[in-house]
Structures are given as C-alpha cells and as structure tokens.
Design a protein around this ligand. Structure first.
Ligand code: SAM
Length: 311
C-alpha cells in the first residue's frame, strides 16, 4: 500500500531517539506509521513500541502497516497529553524514548474527508478525534467576532485576522458556513494572493488556526510537557518535531527550563530553590531538514526537531 504521508527527518529522529536496542518507546503521534515502522525495524525482538494517535483512522492504517511487528507494538487511540494514564494502564512507569511529530498528516489533509484542507470540498469538521464535541463549523458559525479574530491572529499568525473575522460574521448572517471550500473562497475573496516562491494560499493561516483551536493542540502540548520528565528513564530521550512557531517556542522553552534546573532570580547569590537540571539538550539550535529533503517533501519546510536527554 502507498502511504500519502512522507515522514520528516527520519534519520535524525532515529539517531536522537534510540538508545537501547530492546528499549521501551512511545510514538505519541503515530499518524500513518512512517516513523514507527522504522523504529520497529531498528529495535530488537524484546523492544516495545506504544503508538498513540487521537485519530482512529490513523490507528487503523498504522496497525496494518506495522502488522509484521505486532508482537512488540501496542496501539492506543488517545491523546499524547494522556500518556501518563496510558502508561499506567499498561503497568509501565517510564520509557526509553518518546517521539512527538506534531500537527496534521498528509492522510488527514488529502483523504480523511474532514475539511482539513482548503483545496477540498468537505464538511468543515477538522476534529482529529471524532469523539470530541466541537467542530470547526461550530467555531466559525457560533463564536463572537472578537473570539474568532483572536483565534485567527494567535494560532494562524494572520495579519488580516480582523477583516477575515468580520467577513465571516457578515456571511454567516445569510446562512451557516459549512464547507471547507466555502470558507476558503470567502477568505480568498478578501485576502490578496501573494506570488513568488513559497507563496501560500490566502486561506492557509486561517485553516491552521481553526485546526489548532478545534483540537486544542497547544493545550495538549503544554499538558504533555508538564508531565514528561516523570515519564522518561534516566538517559531516555524526548524528540519533538514541530511545524509552527508557537509550538516550537513552547518546546524550546520547556527544554531550556529543564536544562537550567534552578529557577531563582539571577541576582540571588546562592540558589534557594534547589531545583536540579532534568534534561540535557542534544542540540541547542534544533535540527532543520536539508534543502534536498524539502525539495522532495515540501511539507518538511517548516519542520524543526528538538531533542533532549533525561538526566
Ligand atoms: C504529522 S502527523 C504524524 C506522522 C507520523 N510521524 C508518520 O510518520 O506517519 C501528526 C499526527 O498526530 C496526531 N495528533 C495530533 N495531536 C495529537 C494528540 N494530542 N495526541 C495524539 N495524536 C495527535 C494527528 O492525528 C496526526 O495523525
């Protein structure tokens, strides 16, 4: 079977993540299983890989893809923010490595029919987990103009958030906005298309913002980061791939804080908080895909890999 999602920075992920041949690993965002397949191939018979995704279709696809490794792989449809509960249900205290590859997969954009893409005429849903209550359609049609504007500006980093929110408010007076193409065309009618290399569709940022809001992506990341130090063994590795500056800032800040340990004000002559460093960063600047990788896989262009080792 062909898998539409091309995994990003695969070799760099494996180099950063794997420290024990028969270790316990978590892929918190298995998607269509590209990274997990490699992890399963490169680890020993006694290794164990726990794969999570909020999206039941991602779990089904990966389960098939990794069928030949079924003795060492466990699938759980759950948010990585609940990894502490998932591990405790499996009677596991700590693991050797955790991978998060954030955002949306090409499968979700191109095949799942839930309105993630502005290029497809689909119901405006955008839930990764269909058990969640709030859809993009509800946000677009029910939120106040100011709330919509804030979401589009904050999560989409969209300069024209106010104009877009206003246009949505005016349009929905005549009837609900219910499909992805209807929303995309509305945005395209008021935001000029940019030209030149790397130019994006005017709807890109608003779609990204709605997806982040519907799936509470930043809240999940925050919650995971607060629990993560308790979930890794000494020498265990955390590897996170982000595609959005807000997420990258959160990951970088958490890793810098863990590495620093002490939280006393810098002018205090001696440490009073007594907090010891929890992690060592593997690379200060993070790792970006090469030009060759971006040429082969344009979705890699905004990727940033950050990794740290539990000490
Ligand atoms: C970029 S894709 C991962 C691709 C994967 N590494 C591969 O090689 O196929 C991101 C995946 O993360 C999932 N996801 C997003 N937020 C999640 C969360 N809080 N918990 C679990 N999975 C999540 C999405 O449903 C999507 O399948």
């Amino acid at each position: 079977m062909e898998y539409p999602h091309q995994p990003v920075l695969v070799q760099e992920v494996l180099d950063s993540l794997l420290t024990a041949r028969d270790g316990l690993y978590v892929d918190g965002t298995v998607g269509t299983g590209g990274h997990s397949e490699k992890i399963a191939m490169l680890t020993g018979r006694k290794a164990r890989l726990i794969c999570l995704d909020r999206d039941p279709e991602a779990i089904d696809i990966s389960r098939q893809r990794l069928a030949s490794f079924k003795d060492k792989v466990t699938f759980v449809q759950q948010s990585y923010a609940a990894l502490d509960r998932v591990l405790s249900d499996l009677s596991i205290e700590r693991v050797h490595g955790i991978l998060l590859d954030l955002g949306v997969s090409s499968y979700q954009l191109e095949h799942c029919g839930r309105g993630f893409s502005f290029n497809r005429d689909e119901p405006l849903d955008m839930r990764m987990d269909p058990r969640d209550k709030v859809t993009a359609r509800q946000l677009v049609n029910r939120l106040g103009r100011k709330e919509l504007e804030d979401i589009i500006r904050r999560y989409g980093e969209e300069r024209r958030a106010r104009r877009i929110a206003k246009a949505i408010e005016n349009t929905r007076k005549r009837g609900p906005i219910s499909s992805s193409v209807q929303l995309a065309n509305l945005i395209r009618s008021i935001v000029p298309r940019s030209h030149g290399p790397g130019a994006k569709d005017p709807a890109t940022r608003t779609f990204q913002a709605l997806r982040i809001a519907v799936n509470r992506e930043l809240e999940n990341l925050e919650s995971f980061l607060s629990k993560c130090p308790e979930l890794l063994l000494k020498g265990g590795r955390l590897v996170i791939l982000t595609y959005h500056s807000l997420e990258d800032r959160m990951v970088k800040k958490a890793m810098v804080d863990w590495e620093r340990g002490c939280t006393c004000p810098p002018d205090l002559p001696v440490c009073k908080c007594g907090k010891a460093p929890l992690f060592r960063r593997l690379s200060r600047k993070g790792i970006k895909p090469s030009r060759e990788e971006i040429e082969k896989n344009p979705r890699a262009r905004s990727a940033m890999l950050r990794a740290a080792e539990r000490i």
